[in-house]
Design a protein around this ligand. Structure first.
Ligand code: UTP
Length: 415
């Protein structure tokens, strides 16, 4: 034990984490062992490198950006739509389709206490939980296609127990429990502006989920990918937890992917205006890519094609589809990490909990769409905002519970 303590202290010294040495020296027995175990699993070199990157100016490389073709669902011919739908429906009926819900986010902007999926949207007086809305969407597909689509739900270490207990308590909203598979994503430590790792209430280093790009590797590490293979799954849909109009089993999207023989496909909605702050699809250096709002030159953001449509107008709405081979491939790739400056509570050197009012620390995340560039092609289907996209992101204003409620109720009035 003495050696382990000394080795751990050496690591912490190397990376200037003296406040954690202080904590370690205060702890005894099991708590001390647990902290040592946690420190042993952290890649300090990687974390400090990511921290150093936050201080550097990001140089935008000279990239060749081109627009990317898409099909507009509303403009498909009757024959084309029927062909896609039939292909998609057959794959689902054959049990080749699974869905993944990414529910490992912190939901900091919404400010709801508890996992985001447990947020109740005030619809139809009684309200519906976000998980309930997703379960209803899947149950409807199951009824239509005579199957039970396996539903994989990704949590974070932070929200796993609460998510699991919530779903159990609510009887998985009528979903067959056997077909709800909950798995947990990986984490990375949080670091403050001076390069010190945050300490958590439980005498550990505070960590947070490593972004929705972690979905791929977590599917593999958790054994879910192997489980899917065993079940004969060929297509995997991955979506967010917070879009109350998300269609998790869109046969047109699936059929289009099958017909086009692509490894990945995605549903988009057209940008509300050229300067809406969303990521849009493009081809970068010949590969599919979602380019962030800030990285798209203004002139390009406004550019239109011969039909008067925005050339870079297809927004990424976390509605992605993959072959199982595609997931297998990207689950072994290293995606780049982005840093997000966020508000995170922590324990200070006097043992007091500090709840900051303003952002105080960096969270490192990889993004789901950064995997697209590992492929040569992607099939994009443009949906409709009013049918496909009503996100619950912010407490108030745009993409808030208020706007999602309006869109949700309007949609169901029409259907
Ligand atoms: P967002 O990037 O909108 O993050 O996630 P968020 O956690 O919901 O909200 P903020 O930014 O803290 O306010 C988009 C989707 O990706 C999932 C979220 O749960 C959501 O479904 N996600 C995000 C994860 O599953 N894991 C992560 O590490 C991050």
């Amino acid at each position: 034990m003495m050696d382990r303590v000394q080795d751990t202290i050496e690591i912490l010294k190397t990376y200037h984490q003296e406040h954690i040495i202080k904590l370690l020296n205060k702890l005894e027995g099991k708590a001390k062992e647990e902290l040592i175990d946690q420190i042993g699993k952290i890649d300090f070199h990687q974390i400090m490198e990511l921290y150093d990157n936050t201080k550097k100016e990001i140089k935008i490389k000279e990239n060749k950006i081109e627009n990317i073709p898409y099909l507009d669902k509303a403009k498909l011919t009757k024959e084309q739509k029927e062909q896609f739908d039939k292909l998609g429906e057959t794959a689902i009926r054959n049990g080749e389709y699974a869905v993944v819900t990414m529910a490992g986010g912190q939901g900091t902007r919404l400010g709801h206490t508890g996992p985001k999926g447990t947020f109740k949207l005030d619809v139809y007086g009684k309200g519906k939980y976000l998980f309930e809305i997703l379960a209803e969407n899947l149950k409807e597909a199951n009824r239509k296609y005579g199957v039970t689509i396996p539903w994989y739900i990704m949590t974070s270490k932070e929200n796993h127990d609460e998510t699991e207990a919530f779903l159990k308590k609510n009887n998985y909203f009528g979903y067959n429990a056997k077909n709800v598979i909950i798995f947990t994503q990986s984490e990375l430590p949080l670091i403050d502006t001076r390069g010190k790792l945050l300490i958590n209430k439980n005498n550990k280093i505070k960590e947070a989920s490593d972004g929705n790009g972690g979905t791929y590797s977590s599917l593999r590490i958790s054994g879910c990918l192997a489980d899917m293979k065993e079940k004969g799954i060929k297509w995997i849909f991955i979506g967010g937890v917070d879009n109350v109009l998300l269609k998790m089993a869109d046969v047109t999207l699936l059929g289009m992917a099958i017909q086009k023989n692509v490894q990945i496909a995605s549903k988009s909605v057209v940008k509300a205006n050229p300067h809406e702050k969303v990521g849009v699809f493009c081809k970068m250096n010949g590969h599919p890519k979602v380019i962030e709002y800030a990285e798209l030159p203004e002139k390009m953001a406004e550019e239109t094609d011969t039909n008067g449509e925005l050339k870079y107008g297809e927004s990424h709405i976390m509605c992605n589809l993959y072959t199982i081979e595609a997931i297998e491939k990207v689950s072994k790739e290293h995606l780049m990490y982005h840093s997000a400056f966020k508000k995170n509570s922590y324990i200070d050197e006097n043992g007091r909990e500090i709840i900051p009012d303003t952002p105080n620390s960096y969270k490192f995340e990889s993004f789901i769409f950064d995997a697209f560039e590992f492929f040569d092609d992607i099939a994009i289907l443009r949906g409709k905002r009013e049918d496909d996209f009503a996100p619950v992101k912010n407490k108030e204003g745009v993409d808030s519970p208020k706007t999602a409620k309006e869109l949700y109720e309007k949609y169901w009035k029409r259907h």
